[in-house]
Design a protein around this ligand. Structure first.
Ligand code: NAD
Length: 470
């Protein structure tokens, strides 16, 4: 599939293969762009700014709704491609498609709500006699850089609000799973003028680096790992950045919890998308009174998970994004075992598959839970008190989301108040997001928020207009 630059399909001399991690077959190739294409794509996005900024909010909204309808019509094709390039179970691919449609709809609605406010300058010294108000004006060119795990919806979370508030966009899709995003860019391009939506592909960091360092783009909206996010923060200079980075989300289960609900929370939170979810349940902190019952039920439910061909509707666990990624998970788990942890079920790798795995006797200092383990693992940490649970929950550089299961009002509020994370859910696992909520982590999990309305705030600048009436 070729890149889309200024409404034209563009190739380059080198290509990289997009591999189906389940079959190891090459699905397609995409260009490895040379650096001169970075200039081309930046020029295209800058030249298209006036065509979008002259368009009424009414028209932009209608066009976004039209793209939404097209995505719905082509849902089956998109879901299949997504499943094949990510190794994601087809049912989960359909969920991502439904959410993508919803995210687009929210952006189409938001396009009509880009309000400023009136400002009483006479409340300040010497401000009498003015009529003053603010406008939210577009930044210009927004660069969207996204990861492989939810490529479509995470890209739409950037480009749909960007267009809703009249920014042109350059998409740098994930290297391992670029196809669904590139196919979606084609739908947008059918509705909007040439250059409003552009894609550029490459392998490794070269293209991303060049986009981030450019003085001719106005905003970097990045979702991905902390390591890359920190590099971007150093290189971006004065331009605005939003960083949606990794997570190491805790799920706390207290003695007074509904055990079955908490177990369900782990099943839905730790193994979803083969554990490759930023807000996935990555550390399970369980109070000692309920520990054995919880552990037994979790192991039993984990063993029921059906691993298989991602395109089969009965499959619940697909592959990881690559064999390399699965080997990394395997090594991390094996190191934890060497340090004293015990695998209760799972623990085996087969190519890019890694089994759903429950790990007992995990301590808070093991690499398995200190770093973000991006695989279908459920590490259990036993604690005595709610205070100890909160302390361990916060013992991490990350702070994306968190969940606590308890029926005790005091314990729930204590967790809500003291856990350092962008969202804290009570009686729900962290692996939960609606596409309109403010989403974004504390600490090294990032800066800025997404969730359409919140993304629009970060993709506009506020201009004050003052009319001297005296
Ligand atoms: P990654 O950081 O390796 O890559 C993300 C994107 O950045 C890719 O498109 C990649 O090509 C590009 N990139 C790589 N080096 C770059 C550079 N120097 N400059 C600019 N761009 C560069 O992440 P990944 O492995 O694709 O995704 C997994 C990570 O993403 C996990 O840490 C996960 O938690 C995180 N994530 C976060 C969220 C969130 O919303 N907070 C959502 C999903 C995934």
């Amino acid at each position: 599939m070729d890149m889309l630059i200024n409404g034209k399909y563009v190739s380059d001399m080198d290509v990289s293969e997009v591999i189906n991690p389940y079959t190891n077959e090459v699905i397609d190739t995409v260009p490895v762009a040379h650096l001169n294409k970075v200039d081309d794509v930046i020029d295209a996005a800058n030249n298209a700014k006036s065509s979008l900024q002259e368009m009424s909010a009414f028209k932009i909204s209608n066009k976004l709704f039209a793209v939404c309808d097209k995505l719905k019509e082509n849902k089956d094709d998109f879901a299949e491609l997504l499943s094949r390039e990510v190794g994601k179970p087809i049912n989960e691919a359909y969920v991502e498609l439904d959410r993508s449609v919803e995210t687009l709809k929210l952006a189409a609605e938001e396009a009509k709500r880009i309000y400023g406010e009136s400002v009483p300058l006479d409340a300040g010294l010497n401000g009498k006699g003015f009529l003053a108000f603010t406008q939210k004006v577009p930044l210009g060119v927004v660069v969207a850089i996204t990861p492989f795990n939810y490529p479509l919806n995470l890209t739409i979370h950037k480009i749909a609000p960007a267009i809703a508030c009249k920014n042109t966009v350059i998409i740098k899709p994930p290297s391992d799973a670029p196809l669904t995003v590139m196919k979606f860019a084609e739908l947008l391009n059918e509705e909007f003028p040439d250059g409003v939506v552009n894609t550029i592909t490459g392998y490794g960091s070269e293209i991303g680096d060049a986009l981030v360092a450019s003085n001719n783009v106005d905003k970097i909206s990045f979702t991905g790992s902390v390591t890359t996010g920190l590099l971007i923060a150093q290189r971006a200079g004065m331009k605005k950045i939003t960083l949606e980075l990794g997570g190491n989300d805790p799920l706390i289960v207290l003695d007074d919890a509904d055990v079955d609900s908490a177990v369900k929370g782990v099943i839905n939170g730790a193994y979803l998308n083969a554990g490759q979810v930023c807000m996935g349940v990555k550390r399970i902190i369980v109070q000692e009174g309920i520990y054995d019952e919880f552990k037994t039920k979790l192991v039993s439910e984990t063993r029921k998970i059906k691993k298989g061909n991602p395109l089969d509707k009965n499959t619940e666990l697909g592959t990881l994004i690559s064999q390399k990624a699965a080997i990394q998970v395997e090594e991390t788990v094996n190191n934890a075992v060497k340090a004293g942890a015990e695998i209760l079920t799972g623990g085996k790798r087969d190519g890019a598959f890694y089994e759903a795995t429950v790990i007992d006797k995990v301590t808070a200092d093991m690499d398995l839970v200190v770093n973000e383990t991006f695989g279908p693992v459920a590490p259990l940490i036993k604690v005595k008190t709610v205070e100890e649970a909160i302390k361990i929950a916060n013992m991490t550089e990350y702070g994306l989301q968190a969940g606590v299961f308890t029926k005790n009002y005091y314990h729930a509020l204590k967790c809500v108040n003291e856990i350092e994370a962008g969202s804290v859910f009570v009686n729900k696992q962290s692996t939960f997001r609606t596409d309109n909520m403010p989403f974004g982590g504390f600490k090294n999990s990032g800066c800025g928020k997404e969730g359409i309305k919140y993304a629009v705030d970060e993709m506009t600048k506020t201009k004050l207009i003052g009319l001297n009436l005296r």
